[in-house]
Design a protein around this ligand. Structure first.
Ligand code: BES
Ligand code: MN
Ligand code: ZN
Length: 495
């Protein structure tokens, strides 16, 4: 993305993007030539049906005196202060750029007078300029390429701080795009082995390191959770460790991601309707991988170790049975009462492995429960676990512009996971299912040197990881990349 101090009318681009707030009024109209300003007066906008609400994008001819042929009016909604306002700008820019797919270039003349606003506009544009292109789509509509050339119009164009912010925005957008690509990839192409190969590829050009445990190494190491879930599939599981290790790290953050490349439910088979989106069940692992790569690219002074627990959950003659007992990494036994509660089984192994290295904090990310979607809908994720880490996640999420909400881990639900034949069962009370899953994971977070559990937070992103509905803001259909910006922000905050 280029930045320049060019006046909106003189920007050389196919489309000029302007923000409209309710009123309706064009923000920054003073900078526009008089005829365009008149053409976009409150009365004219009202007659056009433009209201300035969020996710409203309207294109009009630019008229004379403007180099761009088209003006794109994108609604912000009633602008708020602080991080909320930045997210409004991010979404409005993203919505405009997303709608402009197929157009070659856009100049962004939204409010960008201060660093926060300019950064939000840049981030929104880059996040909106995404299309899943690996499988060149057949229809003209979905094969439209994202806007290739973006120019940010801002008085800060020569500011060093802006240059750094644009650099960071590009790294974040690449991270989000890689998560979206992985989530959108069909599960016949993305399975544990190919995911691990992708991870090896993803760290090229950075100093991050990847280690892969294949099925033999997993068996030798006693990773019964990952093996149990993966044993029904023709495609064997993997545990991938990816590490960013700067020379003098200020802290060590471990990230653990659920990487079920397809969740059929296993022998506790899902109904067909519940299965169609289950290629998204590796979104946590994708977010973890992308966050570690981003930390390396940004050279964050924090050691970040990512753990990707990769398996395909399939029914077959070799699949685990409901009532099997498996031994997780470290020796704890689990009675598998429902093979569709598989995420917590692979996460159990990975949490123990991550904790063995005695990091300062462990954050896990998983599309773990349908109950998460019931509780918070499809755009808000849940965060559970230990304070102050849980609050640190919320603070990071707010800065990143991702929606997270705190959820409790009520002690009284823990007893529902008691098993007569193993240390713990993999399902408990149906009510509060998201919290029960969180309580299950908590059992596997190791203690630190002080004998207390290592500070731990659990992010259930089941709803927001995948957008089944229409596009909105900078988010298209399919994989969203949710959580990765929060993870990077959290790593920055720990520095
Ligand atoms: N991958 C699913 C959870 C999920 C549901 C993710 C919807 C994204 C959207 C998970 O493995 C699962 O099947 N969970 C079960 C747990 C139950 C058997 C205790 C669920 O939520 O129904
Ligand atoms: Mn499942
Ligand atoms: Zn699952």
């Amino acid at each position: 993305m280029r930045a320049s101090t060019t006046a909106p009318a003189r920007a050389k681009a196919d489309a000029l993007v302007l923000a409209v707030a309710p009123g309706p009024q064009v923000l920054g109209a003073e900078a526009l030539p008089r005829p365009l300003r008149a053409a976009l007066s409150t009365d004219a906008l009202t007659a056009l049906g433009v209201t300035g609400k969020a996710d409203e994008v309207v294109r009009v001819p630019a008229g004379e005196g403007v180099r761009a042929a088209v003006v794109v009016l994108t609604g912000t909604g009633p602008l708020q202060a602080g991080a909320a306002g930045a997210e409004q700008l991010r979404r409005a820019t993203g919505a405009a750029v997303r709608t402009l797919a197929g157009v070659g270039s856009a100049a962004l003349a939204l409010p960008a007078d201060d660093l926060a606003a300019a950064t939000a506009v840049a981030e929104g544009a880059l996040l909106g300029a995404y299309a899943y292109r690996a499988q060149r789509a057949r229809t003209a509509e979905s094969s439209k390429a994202p806007v290739a050339s973006l120019e940010l119009l801002t008085p800060l164009a020569r500011d060093k701080a802006l240059a750094a912010a644009l650099q960071r925005a590009a790294v974040l957008a690449d991270a989000v795009s890689s998560v979206r690509d992985l989530v959108n990839a069909p599960p016949n192409e993305l399975y544990p082995e190919t995911f691990a190969a992708f991870a090896r590829d993803a760290v090229k050009g950075t100093r991050a390191k990847v280690t892969v445990l294949d099925e033999e190494a997993l068996a030798a190491g006693g990773y019964g959770g990952i093996l149990g879930v993966g044993q029904g599939s023709e495609r064997p599981p993997r545990l991938v460790r990816v590490e960013h290790a700067p020379t003098r790290p200020k802290a060590h953050l471990a990230l653990v991601g659920k990487g079920i490349t397809f969740d059929s439910g296993g022998l506790s088979l899902k109904p067909p309707t519940g299965m169609v989106t289950m290629k998204c069940d590796m979104a946590g692992a994708a977010a973890v991988l992308a966050a570690v790569v981003a930390a390396a690219r940004l050279d964050l002074p924090v050691r970040v170790t990512g753990w990707l627990a990769l398996a395909e959950n399939m029914p077959s003659g070799t699949a685990q049975r409901p009532s099997d007992v498996l031994t997780t990494y470290g020796g704890r036994t689990v009675e598998v009462l429902n093979t569709d509660a598989e995420g917590r089984l692979v996460m159990a192994d990975a949490l123990v492995a991550a904790g063995e290295e005695q990091p300062d904090a462990v954050v896990d990310v998983a599309t773990l429960t349908g109950a998460q979607v019931v509780a918070l809908g499809s755009r808000v994720s849940a965060v559970m676990g230990d304070d102050p880490l849980r609050t640190a996640v919320l603070t990071a999420a707010e800065r990143a512009g991702e929606q997270f909400w705190p959820m409790p881990l009520p002690e009284e639900l823990r007893a529902s996971l008691d098993s007569p034949v193993a240390d713990i069962a993999n399902i408990g009370d149906r009510n509060g299912g998201m919290l029960v899953a969180g309580l299950f994971l908590r059992e596997f977070v190791p203690a630190g040197a002080d004998g207390e559990r290592i500070p731990w937070a659990h992010l259930d992103i089941a709803g927001p990881a995948f957008n089944e509905h229409g596009p909105h803001g900078y988010t298209g259909k399919g994989g969203t990349g949710h959580a990765v910006r929060t993870l990077v922000a959290l790593a920055e905050d720990l520095a």
